[in-house]
Design a protein around this ligand. Structure first.
Ligand code: NAG
Ligand code: NAG
Ligand code: NAG
Ligand code: NAG
Ligand code: NAG
Ligand code: NAG
Ligand code: NAG
Ligand code: NAG
Ligand code: NAG
Length: 325
């Protein structure tokens, strides 16, 4: 009995104080892992974030020179002389001559973009075909280069912190809700709900899903079905949906966009935010009252939003949680 108890204590102790398997504790107390998937094909930047996230982390944010050197050293032992993804992104619509290259970057899950370590001789030509620029770090120089997020397939550095547990609700094992924290789109937690397909098969109407998400609200925090306000936010949520869940079972997710049944063709987000971005399957989408929006993952026709009857039962949906302290 004593042995059992002390084993449990030891396991708890290790879980709290040590890093997830294969990762190393950096100078700021966060844990880092550099991954090379070259044998199976390295990922683009979005896929790399999906792989880190599936493992409980994010692409690494670098906020000081100690962490910068730590990750570069770690990468050198894994990769030798190479470059790899780190977690900052910038949309190309911000790219024009008035904004210097070192501005308008954002880390996915870290608020300040103050510390930088640019490659002083980097040359990035504005390219109207690029939607986004993403950061890579060089393992030998430790310096950063911005490159196209989709065209480059690279190793990547993941970071694991406690911030998700501190800032988001507890994961609810019954409904397999998994929360993640991002600062890139305002302080927000995103919760993917995808019940075990072998025991529960999809029976959440849009209202069931909204009620389920809303029950995470408290005095200081609001929760709802997710609202999505940019192509970048949409792309990140898509990556989480496709890497966390088994797309074979979960190819349709409720999100918070609704066309109320009271004779309006106006769309509303369930959290009351402005409808400033849409991603319809069919650009000629007929907006009929009384319909709700699902996100469809489709290998054939691309990932898009589509309208469906609000009382249709789906297995999966995405919640959000905000007004964080
Ligand atoms: C996580 O929390 C534990 C206990 O509060 C703390 O000892 C540890 O340093 C934290 N780790 C990180 C990565 O913040
Ligand atoms: C560059 O981008 C900024 C911010 O979006 C905008 O205010 C400015 O008008 C743009 N300049 C040009 C020349 O497009
Ligand atoms: C950003 O770049 C501009 C122009 O290259 C430079 O003047 C400025 O000092 C840089 N800012 C930072 C924070 O590095
Ligand atoms: C810095 O940028 C130059 C020009 O793009 C490139 O040739 C060089 O390899 C980069 N150096 C490092 C260390 O990334
Ligand atoms: C899981 O479901 C059981 C049975 O319905 C319930 O008693 C328990 O409170 C639920 N746990 C959570 C974390 O929701
Ligand atoms: C979904 O199905 C389960 C198991 O049949 C049932 O317990 C639950 O109440 C149903 N939920 C909804 C929202 O219909
Ligand atoms: C329609 O219903 C929505 C959601 O219930 C509500 O917010 C809105 O005020 C209603 N509009 C009208 C014109 O009644
Ligand atoms: C919508 O408008 C029609 C005609 O004005 C009316 O008969 C119907 O009751 C309205 N439906 C709702 C849900 O308000
Ligand atoms: C639809 O939106 C327009 C513009 O925001 C607003 O003027 C109108 O009252 C809305 N209609 C309904 C039925 O809510």
């Amino acid at each position: 009995m004593f042995l059992l108890l002390s084993t449990i204590f030891l396991i708890n102790f290790l879980c709290i104080n040590s890093c997830p398997s294969g990762s190393s504790k950096g100078p700021n107390g966060n844990c880092y892992k550099v991954i090379n998937n070259a044998d199976h094909g390295n990922p683009d930047w979005f896929e790399a974030e999906g792989l880190c996230h599936k493992d409980g982390g994010h692409l690494a944010s670098i906020s000081d020179s100690f962490t910068n050197s730590f990750i570069a050293n770690l990468a050198r032992t894994v990769l030798g002389d190479s470059s790899y993804w780190i977690g900052a992104v910038r949309t190309m619509t911000w790219w024009n001559n008035t904004l210097p290259l070192n501005q308008t970057w954002t880390w996915l899950d870290f608020k300040d973009f103050q510390y930088t370590n640019w490659n002083k001789s980097m040359q990035v030509q504005p390219n109207p075909d690029f939607l986004y620029l993403c950061l890579t770090q060089d393992s030998v120089a430790g310096t950063w280069n911005p490159v196209d997020c989709y065209l480059n397939l690279l190793p990547f550095a993941c970071e694991y912190t406690n911030s998700t547990q501190d800032l988001c609700p507890e994961d609810d094992l019954n409904h397999t809700i998994k929360w993640t924290h991002l600062t890139a789109f305002g302080e927000k937690c995103y919760g993917l709900v995808y019940p075990d397909p072998y025991t529960i098969y999809g029976n959440f109407s849009w209202n069931d899903a909204l009620n389920y998400c809303s029950h995470f609200s408290s005095n200081s925090n609001q929760a709802s079905l997710v609202s999505i306000h940019s192509d970048l936010e949409n792309a990140i949520i898509t990556i989480y949906m496709s890497y966390d869940t088994n797309v074979y079972y979960y190819d349709e997710f409720w999100i918070g966009l609704q066309i109320p049944s009271n004779n309006s063709t106006n769309m509303t987000w369930s959290d009351g935010t402005l409808v400033d971005f849409t991603y319809w399957f069919d650009s000629q989408q007929i907006l009929a009252p009384g319909f709700c929006t699902e996100y469809i993952m489709s290998f054939h026709s691309g990932d898009r939003w589509d309208l469906n009857a609000c009382n249709r039962n789906l297995a999966a949906f995405v919640c959000e949680y905000w007004n964080l302290k």
